[in-house]
Design a binder for this molecule. Sequence first.
Ligand code: HEM
Length: 503
Amino acid sequence: MISFSRFTPASSVVQLKDVFFVILLLLVLEQVIYRYKKRQLPGDTWTIPVIGKFADSLHLTLENYKRQWDSGPLSVVSVFNIFIVMSSSSEYSHKIMNSPNYAEPALVHSAKKVMVDDNWIFLMSKVHHEYRRGLNTLFTRRALGIYLKQMDATTRKHLAQWLVDASQDPTPKSIMTTVCALNMNNSLRVFCGPHISEAAAQEILEKYWMITVALELVNFPFAIPGTKVYRAIQARKVAMRHLEHAAASSKQEMATGAEPVCMLDHWVVALRDPAHKGRRDFSDREMAMVLFSFLFASQDAMSSGLIYGFQHLADHPDFLLKVRAEQEKVRGGDCDKPVTLEMMDDMPYLRAFVKESLRVMPPVTMVPFRATKAFPITDDYTVPARSLVIPSYYNSLHDPEVYPDPDALIPDRWLDPNSSANTNPRYYLGFGSGAHRCIGMEYAMMNIALVLADAAVLMDWEHHRSAESDKVQIIATLFPKDGYKLKFSPRERGGELPNEIRV
Ligand code: HEM
């Protein structure tokens, strides 16, 4: 029988003291471990007990990041006892991304739940390398030629709708959602062509936002009804159902000997090619998972890149004139002519503009890695095992030695083959480096270039500037803080260009 006599007020005071003592000990231990891991690196001398810099991670700003990067080539921060080493130098950033024996990409906790943990995107080392090699066929020049047709047709459809909407309500509007919709439809048409219905594409678009918000840095970790992660899983199930159906439809269509018109078709045909090296059996589900990984990896970054592309052109009318002059020349004055790969090859100014726009405002400023074991990153500092170690892309892309006047948008720096920008390609880090660098880089740049080119010949747009236009908000990727308000109008065709602008 339990003796209640033991629980006297005096003994409960003693127990309370014990609890306080243990808590105090743990808090001291937390600081000692933090200081031990931090060593000589810049960063707070003491970490805020338990939560660390949690408040900052809820309100991410570029200014805060810059402050951290400016504190040293390597610096530290702690959030909920996750020890984080940030690199701001190009040298250390490359080292992190190219040391697979010490560090590997670390997606946010919810990613595996949302994406399904057997998605190829979570593979590492040799198996990752092998799998990825098989996917390279999806980004060959031949494949890009097929995708370009889908992109051009989809983009023109969207731009026509933007003009209709603007004629009905000419007040300036944020283009965040309209650009996201254009990107999603472009991706789904490129990936699935006719194998996905308008209704299915619309359903994926409507649900996709649930996936974006579930991948925020800090989220409730359990997928119970009502949570963001739960809703994202439901959204993924819907998307996967449509993508699997598209894969099955493509297989059937290609079996009839039809011409490939999208990524799935191109993939199915490539797997049948006797010269194809590697696996040939991809189930509908596995193909759908790859396409879903592409959506996941690209949707927000593409939207950010495109929105800043529009903003940079609107804010630099001289660049827009040059882009238009090049378009007039390449299209022979016929705006309705479908764009081909050969025509894209003849647009060096547009390519330089896109590259520069993505340099000044890189959609992805960093990608977290995790140290799989103690990582001797310099002679006198070793990143502790299991820490996050985060290479910055932004700093390399704004290095004044390589890109003089680094915050200014200067497309011409890419037109001189001997410029420091062109002779130091290692610094162009916006698509990462190493085994996990962006597989869709060429396709992404081509897509952004094509949308801006079509927009430049078909429309005029006015930027409704505000005090927030040049400020940045971070929603996984970078966006103008005021949502970038634009007013579109149809462009008069055949307008004369000033002589000095002719390319
Ligand atoms: C402006 C647009 C884009 C930007 C800025 C961007 C940037 C990046 C970055 C920074 C990484 C991580 C690299 C690393 O860890 O070293 C990445 C990975 C990846 N990207 Fe992109 N990306 C874009 C568009 C795309 C597109 C359109 C696709 C596919 C169609 C794509 C597919 C992927 C995939 C699958 C990975 C993971 C690769 C792997 O783990 O092997 N991305 N991207």
